[in-house]
Design a binder for this molecule. Structure first.
Ligand SMILES: Nc1nc2c([nH]c(=O)n2[C@H]2C[C@H](O)[C@@H](COP(=O)(O)OP(=O)(O)OP(=O)(O)O)O2)c(=O)[nH]1
Ligand SMILES: [Mg+2]
Length: 130
């Protein structure tokens, strides 16, 4: 089965989180995501995070720490996700690739639809900050 390593950023400012909406045509489309993407060969997960957040959201990561590593089998794809907590960044995040984006109150996250691999992250964020 296809296996991919992905870095994603939990972009946090106070008690709000910046999310992007995955296009219907994408794998796990029509769901909210923490912005990010696939790690390239010989690229660290941290470097992939910084590159993807610049490409997709136009921000420069100042510092970020690994929040949790999640391995999830979607049946058609095995995904290893490195979720980083990003609370220091330069620039104002936008949908730099024309994707729909929004800031959400942390307590709102429970109401949104995410890919299955994200459920544990949403639960832990609400537990930690709400
Ligand atoms: N970015 C991101 N991907 C996620 C999350 N949760 C989750 O299961 N995924 C899965 C969906 C995809 O199978 C994979 C990420 O792929 P991607 O489409 O974002 O990769 P990419 O930005 O490099 O895009 P591409 O141009 O290579 O298609 O990880 C999440 O919160 N953020
Ligand atoms: Mg992506």
């Amino acid at each position: 089965m296809k296996q991919v390593e992905v870095s994603a950023g939990i972009i946090k400012r106070g008690d709000r989180i910046f999310l992007a909406f995955r296009d219907e045509a994408q794998h796990q489309g029509g769901l909210w995501e923490f912005p990010g993407g696939k790690c390239e060969a010989a690229e660290s997960s941290y470097d992939a995070l910084c590159r993807e957040l610049l490409e997709e959201c136009g921000i420069t990561v100042g510092s970020a720490e690994l929040f949790k590593e999640v391995r999830h089998d979607y049946g058609d794809k095995l995904v290893v996700l490195y979720f980083y907590l990003v609370d220091d960044f330069k620039g104002e995040p936008t949908g730099a690739e024309n994707q729909q984006v929004s800031w959400f109150d942390l307590k709102m996250l429970a109401e949104l639809d995410f890919p299955a691999a994200n459920q544990v992250i949403v639960d832990e964020l609400i537990e930690a900050y709400c």
